[in-house]
Design a protein. Structure first.
Length: 282
C-alpha cells in the first residue's frame, strides 16, 4: 500500500507543476486558480498532455490547461441544458403513451411490462422518491387527497433519467416499436449514454478526454469514438425532440464554444471528426 500524499501549500503545488514541465508565467493567476478550483480537480485536465514519465509535453502552459478546463465547464452547461429538454420530453411522451394504453395506474401492473420487469424494485424506487419529496406540494396533494395514488403523468415528474431508461427498457417489444419506431432497439443505449452524461454534468465531472462507461449503438463510428464524448453527444442529438430547436439554438452555441477555444482544445481528445459541425446537425 502506498502512503497518502502529503498536503502541499499553494506555492508547493505551483513548484510541483513547474517540476513536471508546466510553464507558469503568472504565479498570482496560477495560485488564484488553484485556490478556487483545486490542484486535484485541475490535474485531470493535464492527462492528455502527460508523457510516460509523468512530465508534461513541451511548451504546455498553465493558462492553456485552465482554458481547457473553462471549455469543459461551459460544454457541461450546454449539454446539461440539452439533456433537460430530452428528459422532460421523454417523461411527458412515455407517460402519455403508457397511460393511454394501460390507464393512469397501469404502471403498477407488472403485466404491462415485459418479463424482465422487477415490479417490486420499481415500486421501491417510486416509494423512495415519494418519501424524499413528500413535502413538495403536488406530492403532498396526492398523499392527502388520493390516498397516495399517483397517475403516471404525475409520478413521472419524480422519475430520474435512470428510472426513465429502466421504464422504457421494460416495455414489451410491441410498445417499444410503437413509441420509438425504427430506433426502438438503439434507444435504450442512447438513454443510458444520456443518463451517464447527465450525472457527470450534474456533478461537475470532466468531459474532456474522458472514457465513458456506456456506449451507443446504431452509429457508424469506431469503438474508441463510442467511448468518448462524440458517441455521447450523438446520443443527445438522436434523442433531442426538436430538429428546429436543435439547429437554431443548440448548434450555434456549441459551434461558438468550439470556435472560442479552438487554439486550446484538440478534437482528437473528444474523438470528434473534423466535420463534426456538419454531422451534428439534424
Amino acid at each position: 500500500m502506498n502512503e497518502v500524499k502529503p498536503h502541499l501549500s499553494y506555492e508547493g503545488q505551483i513548484n510541483k507543476l513547474r517540476e513536471k514541465g508546466c510553464i507558469i508565467d503568472d504565479d498570482s493567476f496560477c495560485r488564484n486558480v488553484l485556490v478556487n478550483i483545486g490542484y486535484y480537480r485541475l490535474s485531470a485536465y493535464f492527462l492528455p498532455f502527460k508523457s510516460f514519465d509523468g512530465t508534461y509535453m513541451d511548451n504546455l502552459s498553465f493558462k492553456r490547461v485552465y482554458r481547457v478546463y473553462e471549455f469543459d465547464r461551459k460544454l457541461r452547461n450546454l449539454l446539461f441544458s440539452a439533456i433537460e429538454v430530452i428528459e422532460v420530453s421523454l417523461r411527458t411522451r412515455l407517460a402519455h403513451f403508457h397511460s393511454e394504453k394501460y390507464g393512469a395506474l397501469g404502471y403498477l401492473d407488472a403485466s404491462s411490462f415485459n418479463s424482465k420487469h422487477n415490479a417490486d424494485k420499481f415500486k421501491l424506487n417510486i416509494d423512495r422518491e415519494i418519501e424524499n419529496n413528500k413535502k413538495v406540494l403536488f406530492v403532498k396533494h396526492h398523499i392527502d387527497n388520493y390516498d397516495g395514488q399517483f397517475p403516471l403523468w404525475v409520478i413521472s415528474e419524480l422519475f430520474t433519467f435512470g428510472m426513465l431508461s429502466y421504464f422504457y427498457n421494460d416495455l414489451i417489444t410491441a410498445d417499444k416499436k410503437a413509441f420509438a419506431g425504427a430506433d426502438y432497439r438503439n434507444m435504450i443505449s442512447w438513454m443510458r449514454c444520456c443518463t451517464d452524461l447527465r450525472n457527470i454534468c450534474a456533478h461537475y465531472g470532466r468531459l474532456y478526454f474522458r472514457i465513458f462507461s456506456a456506449m451507443p449503438s446504431g452509429f457508424q463510428i469506431s469503438e474508441a469514438a463510442k467511448r468518448r464524448l462524440w458517441g455521447a453527444i450523438l446520443s443527445v442529438k438522436a434523442l433531442y425532440p426538436s430538429a428546429e430547436k436543435w439547429n437554431s439554438e443548440f448548434m450555434p452555441r456549441i459551434e461558438a464554444l468550439f470556435e472560442e477555444y479552438k487554439e486550446d482544445i484538440n478534437l482528437y481528445h473528444l474523438a470528434y471528426p473534423r466535420d463534426w459541425a456538419i454531422q451534428l446537425k439534424k
